[in-house]
Design a protein around this ligand. Structure first.
Ligand code: IVH
Length: 690
């Protein structure tokens, strides 16, 4: 499907117009599905808007050709099948888009004319590029949350929304209508989006194209624990209610704040076109420094009476306008495709570009994510490519524009061997990423593995951060974990010891050696975590340490034939983790590394509490809701380490239910059964008891 439509609307014959409207209906429906249901759009918002605009222009010229399935009659797409449906009190509408100052001028003139007013007050708000949500409160309590869906019916995301901290579970203050729907935008901060993608890339999972998709993907999770693990936020900007709660948008925003919502702090009141344009320019300039993605600003007639008088056209209010920002896109040439190898061995293709400025930032590289992405977009070396900064941050290749004149290069041959160590690349079932199988011999991985080894939650060696590790790595002084602990001894025999090197002195060298020495005593869980075994994070390391108690027992077990089966008997250890541990222990390279490392360390055994000595030993716990100070996984691991059993369902066997924020129905069940319910504070006190 092409989005290039060379014939100007004025020149279209009626037959051509009808044909094009049919095409547009189909094409837009396709993009809607990708955007709303699969969170995986193929085209940019700007390209989509251009199609909508073209559709609108053709309809304006040939009103009788307007189709029933036209985009102007529809908002968004059908709800997902797997969620319950919610019907909105009033439809959730879309906004008319403006791209130029003249559009804003026309909007203002029309509003003033229809209202017979000389002047008009408007609220100017950033247009948050997130996921719109409608939250229903009854008697001040959050009882339901829905996505926009097709505008009339959305998906029920109540359980997931309850995990979002910036959405109050009950309204503050004493005044609110008995039933009210609060509308606004759920979003994922850019930083969180980057972190999430980084993790997904490491895991070999497909990455989200932008924060909006990541937010949508996070909210539309059937497992609300996944939603809870993503730091989503909410900006409130509208309500639907039978009662008038405030006379103006300005008053409403203040009320929303009083009720405990977060209202965007950049919103301003404007009195004329000049002020609107100044707001637009100011926000556009601030855009890249904000921690959330915006794609324009929204102007809203301030007084609700005026809004009512202005009413709606089709599915957009006449009293509001979305003034979009120009696209952060540019065209350049793809010079080459490089392959980067990460700590976990994932091979990531990176586009090397003819440097170009995109939205004020010089871009010379862009991620291509994985092989499938290159094939799907048919991107080839030498092509002209369209570049965009996703979520205003990561440069990415939107699509190839082919080459001018000369013949196109062949499709990119994805390497079958690791470009760093030459080992074979492998792909796990269900993953899109190729991985180097070189383990500890692959230098790309060993440097990353070393950085991980000394990191905060692993060995946490003071004075041996990323930069220093890189420094010793470049000087070939630290290439394996064992080298860290022999550094001082080797240094003594050097002609130019560390203290004489540039940037070092007697004190700093001594301090580093002391810090290393100090950390050669390490707890078993930190040690296991430090090894950087795939799928073995802090929680799993904790579970393993609690079970095996000493390094010797753990490592001996790992060498046995029965290791896999034994691992599977542990709560919290599944097939993926067990396979990964087994693979690690079987690799001769790793065994060799371990033999070199262990003599330098004192790995402290887990001090097992005498059975029954801790109040949690032998107890059965259920966790529900979101804890503030630790993740659910951490809490569960702590409980298990103290000898408690953690289950998912409340029954008469349950001793305690730990209820965080926005707990589910488990609390009710616990109350019915007379089971002790602990809040976060009580839980913390309990597990901290000696
Ligand atoms: S007001 C009648 N205000 O933009 C429409 N919408 O294109 C009421 N959006 O579905 C919407 N920031 O998801 C409004 N400050 C803001 C907004 C905003 C983002 C989104 C919203 C809406 C879409 C319309």
């Amino acid at each position: 499907m092409s989005s290039l439509r060379p014939i100007s609307v004025n020149q279209l014959t009626e037959k051509e117009a009808a044909l094009e409207l049919a095409h547009l209906a189909e094409e837009l429906a396709h993009h809607d599905r990708l955007y709303h249901e699969q969170d995986a759009p193929e085209i940019t918002d700007e390209a989509y808007d251009a199609l909508v605009l073209r559709n609108k222009q053709i309809e304006e010229r040939f009103p009788h050709l307007k189709r029933k399935d036209s985009i102007s009659e529809r908002v968004g797409s059908q709800p997902l099948g797997s969620f319950k449906k919610v019907t909105h009190l009033k439809p959730m509408l879309s906004l008319d888009n403006a791209f130029k100052q003249e559009d804003v001028e026309a909007f203002l003139t029309r509003c003033k004319k229809l209202l017979h007013q000389e002047t008009l007050e408007l609220m100017a708000e950033p247009k948050i590029d997130g996921l719109s949500a409608a939250l229903t409160y009854e008697n001040g309590r959050l009882i339901q949350a829905g996505t926009r869906g097709n505008g009339d019916v959305g998906e029920d995301i109540t359980e997931n929304v309850k995990t979002i901290r910036t959405i109050p579970s009950s309204l503050k203050g004493s005044y609110f209508p008995k039933k009210i729907e609060v509308r606004g935008e759920i979003y994922l901060p850019k930083q969180a989006f980057l972190k999430l993608n980084e993790e997904r890339e490491k895991e070999g999972l497909s990455v989200f194209a932008n924060p909006r998709n990541a937010a949508a993907g996070s909210v539309r999770q059937l497992d609300s624990a996944i939603t809870a693990s993503r730091p989503l936020h909410f900006f409130a900007y509208a309500v639907v209610s039978d009662e008038e709660v405030a006379p103006t948008q300005e008053g409403l925003l203040k009320l929303l704040k009083d009720w405990g919502f977060i209202v965007n702090p950049l919103i301003e009141k404007c009195r004329n076109e000049k002020e609107l344009m100044a707001f637009y320019e100011k926000i556009n300039a601030e855009r890249s420094s904000l921690d959330y993605d915006i794609d324009g600003v929204v102007y809203k007639v301030n007084t609700f009476k005026d809004q009512e008088a202005l009413g709606f056209i089709a599915r957009s209010p006449r009293w509001a306008l979305a003034h979009k920002f120009p696209a952060q896109q540019a065209t350049t040439t793809l010079k080459n495709i490089l392959i980067q190898v990460g700590r976990t061995g994932v091979l990531t293709p990176v586009a090397e570009l003819e440097p170009i400025t995109v939205g004020g930032v010089l871009v010379s590289r862009a991620t291509l994510h994985n092989e499938e992405e290159i094939m799907r977009k048919d991107i080839r070396v030498g092509d002209k490519v369209l570049i965009q900064r996703a979520g205003d941050v990561i440069p990415q290749v939107v699509r190839s524009l082919g080459v001018e004149g000369s013949r196109r290069a062949d499709p990119f041959p994805f390497p079958k061997r690791c470009p760093v160590c030459g080992s074979h690349v492998v792909k796990e079932v269900g993953e899109v990423a190729w991985r180097c199988s070189g383990g500890l011999i692959c230098h790309a991985q060993t440097l990353e593995k070393l950085r991980h080894f000394v990191s905060k939650h692993a060995f946490n060696i003071e004075g041996l951060g990323h930069k220093r590790i890189d420094y010793f790595w470049e000087k070939k002084l630290i290439e394996t974990p064992a080298d860290i602990f022999t550094l001082e001894q080797r240094d003594r025999h050097k002609v130019t010891p560390l203290k004489t090197e540039e940037g070092w002195g007697e004190q700093s060298a001594k301090k580093l050696f002391e810090a290393i020495h100090q950390r050669s005593q390490v707890s078993l869980d930190r040690f296991i975590y430090a090894l950087g075994i795939r799928h073995v994070g802090q929680v799993t390391a904790h579970i393993l340490a609690a079970h095996y108690e000493t390094f010797e027992q753990w490592w001996a077990e790992m060498q046995k034939e029965t290791a896999y089966e034994t691992l599977l008997t542990l709560e919290g250890v599944g097939e993926v983790v067990a396979t990964s541990l087994k693979n690690f222990a079987e690799e001769p390279n790793n065994v060799h590394q371990m033999e070199k490392l262990i003599p330098h360390l004192k790995i402290l055994p887990v001090r097992r509490k005498m059975a029954g000595s801790h109040p949690l030993a032998g107890k059965t716990l259920v966790f529900t809701g979101t804890l503030k100070n630790m993740t659910r996984d951490e809490a569960q691991a702590k409980a298990r380490a103290l000898g408690a059993k953690v289950t998912n369902t409340v029954s008469s066997q349950t001793d305690y239910v730990v209820a965080g924020e926005a707990p589910g129905s488990k609390v009710q069940k616990a109350k019915k059964l007379g089971i002790t319910i602990l809040d976060e504070l009580e839980w913390e006190k309990l597990f901290q008891e000696k």
